[in-house]
Design a binder for this molecule. Structure first.
Ligand SMILES: C[S@@+](CC[C@H](N)C(=O)[O-])C[C@H]1O[C@@H](n2cnc3c(N)ncnc32)[C@H](O)[C@@H]1O
Length: 291
């Protein structure tokens, strides 16, 4: 038994690979780093550091949780996303790297330097990682934002993250079934709605099935039910020249384009993720509705 960090990485790797964890070295490193609350730089320079017996036991408890399939984010209640670390639990979708593309595109294309006030809405806020990352990156004071979710428990986590990043003044929260409780119009609407077909959920990785909430995954029979509702109602909540930007699933682009075109929108953006899958799509209304 060794108490040196470099040897613990090796022991962790052995435990995790025995239980079929896909990236055993990466996960063992991350578990040790997070248990010891070290930054990446501190961790890189400490392979020969000794840990206490208490720390070793804690690290092994976390290895065992991971070996049983618990995601690292859910072991520590924290997940890195777009430069920051967000509070998470089993009531919110684990922030995904794919969603960072939506953050990037929103910031780059739709936040022009202007004195005009910009209003931003997120539908299905979950942990808040998406809209909070946008607000932290644009650093403009002329942005007011609203995040909605139909799940009280998710809203609780979003509230914690808003507090963590001191955005209480800029970002408000509301419980709403998509637009049911939203009254205003917005310049920018963003959403990463649930888009997995109900029948496909049972085939997802154990980590997703067991630790991500069903309500955050379930897109109904064809995976498109949320897009239908959003397309139907967003028309009444977009300002003149307003845009709606969405994360979508593999192979959904044509169906989603059709749904939005049917409700009077035109496509203004589509972008592939690193796997070459069209992951983000943007629309605007052909004619702004006067309601
Ligand atoms: C895929 S998760 C996205 C969470 C977060 N925005 C992100 O990107 O990590 C979808 C979110 O939509 C919420 N949701 C599901 N159905 C909803 C509805 N009818 N109205 C509002 N929010 C809903 C879920 O609770 C969940 O938080």
């Amino acid at each position: 038994m060794s108490n040196l960090i470099k040897n613990l990485i090796n022991e962790g790797k052995q435990v995790l690979s025995k239980y079929g964890i896909k990236n055993p070295i990466g996960d063992a490193r991350l578990i040790i780093k997070k248990t010891l609350k070290k930054t990446e730089i501190e961790f890189i320079f400490s392979p020969n550091q000794k840990v206490s017996l208490k720390q070793r036991n804690l690290i092994f408890e976390n290895f065992i949780d991971r070996a049983r399939g618990k995601p690292i984010s859910k072991i520590f209640g924290l997940k890195d996303f777009y430069l920051n670390e967000f509070i998470v639990n089993n009531n919110v979708l684990d922030p995904r790297p794919e969603t960072e593309l939506l953050v990037d595109l929103t910031i780059k294309n739709f936040f022009k330097i202007t004195k005009k006030k910009i209003s931003l809405l997120e539908l299905g806020i979950g942990s808040g990682c998406l809209i909070i990352s946008i607000l932290l990156s644009v650093k403009q004071n002329n942005v007011s934002a609203l995040g909605v979710d139909s799940c009280d428990k998710a809203l609780k986590i979003a509230k914690k993250n808003i507090k963590k990043f001191k955005l209480e003044k800029k970002l408000k929260l509301k419980k709403s079934d998509w637009f049911s409780n939203v009254n205003n119009k917005f310049d920018i609407i963003v959403s990463n709605p649930p888009y997995i077909k109900t029948s496909d959920i049972k085939n997802l990785d154990k980590e997703v099935k067991l630790y991500d909430p069903f309500i955050a995954l379930d897109g109904g029979l064809d995976g498109l039910k949320c897009f239908e509702r959003i397309a139907r109602d967003a028309r009444f909540h977009l300002k003149k020249n307003g845009v709606i930007l969405l994360e979508i699933g593999f192979g959904q682009i044509n169906s989603i384009k059709k749904i939005f075109e049917r409700w009077g929108y035109e496509i203004i953006l589509k972008e592939k993720d690193l796997q070459g899958i069209i992951r983000v799509v943007g629309f605007k209304l052909k004619i702004t509705l006067k309601v």
